[in-house]
Write a protein of this length. Structure first.
Length: 227
DNA sequence: GCCAACGTTGGC
DNA sequence: GCCAACGTTGGC
C-alpha cells in the first residue's frame, strides 16, 4: 500500500469517517484481554460473552450520504464515495463510541456489512461491503485538525480503532428504513427474523451486528417488492 | 430544525 | 457509584 493519504471525504458524526485504506499503521495490540479469573462465574460469563460475540458474522455500518458541515468539515460519505476510492476501499475511521468500536474489533476479514445511509432524506440500506482489514489504530484520534480528534487518547494506549472496508455491490434496490421498520414491528408482534434487529433496539449504534438470520432476511428483500 | 432517546461527564 | 446535566444521534 502507498503511504496513507487521507481522501477528505467522510461520513457520519460519531460514526465513521472514511479515508483510503492503508496497511502502514501498526496493528492494534489486544494486550488487555486477559482478565484474572478469580471467580468461576466470571470465567463462565466471559466464555458466554465470547461465544455470543463470535457468533456475529454480519454487520451494519452507518454513514451520511448528504453534505453536512461539522467543525468546518463536510462529513458526507455515502456508498458512492466508498466506491470512488482507489480499490473501492477505505478505512472506517471516526467511530467514537465504545460499543461500536468493540464490534469493529470483532470483525473478521471477509465478513460482509451493509452500508447504511443515515441522517438523510431517505435512510436505509444502499449496498454491501466486506471487511478487508481487521481492527487497527484509528490515526484520526491523534490529529488535532480532525473532526474526531480525541485529546484524551494517548499514543501509547490508543482508544479508538478502525477497520478497512471494500465496496462489494449496491443492493438490487435501496432498502428503506421505513420498510425494515414495518418488518421489525410485524416480527415483534408475530415472530420473525427482524424482531430484535439492532437498528431498532439499539437505534443510535453506528456499527452494529446482525445474526445470519437477520442478514439473510434483509438481503432477501432486494428480490421482493417493497411493502 | 425539532426533539426524544440515550451515551457520557463530572460533582458529590 | 449515583445521577443530573449535558451532548449527540438521527428520524421525522
Amino acid at each position: 500500500m502507498p503511504p496513507k493519504k487521507r481522501t477528505r471525504s467522510k461520513s457520519t458524526r460519531h460514526d465513521a469517517q472514511l479515508c483510503e485504506g492503508s496497511d502502514d499503521v501498526a496493528q492494534l495490540k489486544t494486550g488487555k484481554r486477559n482478565r484474572s479469573a478469580a471467580v468461576t462465574s466470571d470465567v463462565e460469563k466471559n466464555k458466554n460473552d465470547d461465544a455470543i460475540k463470535s457468533s456475529y458474522s454480519h454487520w451494519l455500518m452507518k454513514s451520511e450520504p448528504e453534505s453536512r458541515i461539522e467543525n468546518g468539515v463536510d462529513v458526507k460519505f455515502g456508498i458512492e464515495d466508498l466506491k470512488a476510492l482507489p480499490s473501492q476501499t477505505g478505512c472506517w475511521d471516526g467511530v467514537r463510541n465504545y460499543q461500536a468500536r468493540n464490534f469493529m474489533r470483532d470483525m473478521k476479514v471477509g465478513q460482509q456489512a451493509f452500508f447504511y445511509h443515515s441522517n438523510c432524506k431517505e435512510p436505509g440500506i444502499a449496498g454491501l461491503m466486506k471487511i478487508v482489514k481487521e481492527a487497527y489504530v484509528d490515526h484520526t484520534q491523534f490529529d488535532k485538525k480532525d473532526v474526531h480528534y480525541d485529546p484524551s487518547s494517548k499514543a501509547d494506549n490508543p482508544k479508538w480503532s478502525m477497520v478497512d472496508v471494500q465496496f462489494e455491490r449496491m443492493t438490487k434496490r435501496f432498502i428503506p428504513l421505513t420498510e425494515l421498520k414495518k418488518y421489525h414491528l410485524q416480527h415483534k408482534a408475530k415472530g420473525g427474523p427482524l424482531k430484535d434487529m439492532a437498528l431498532f433496539t439499539r437505534a443510535r449504534l453506528s456499527v452494529q451486528p446482525l445474526t445470519s438470520e437477520e442478514f439473510d432476511f434483509v438481503l432477501s428483500l432486494e428480490n421482493e417488492d417493497p411493502i
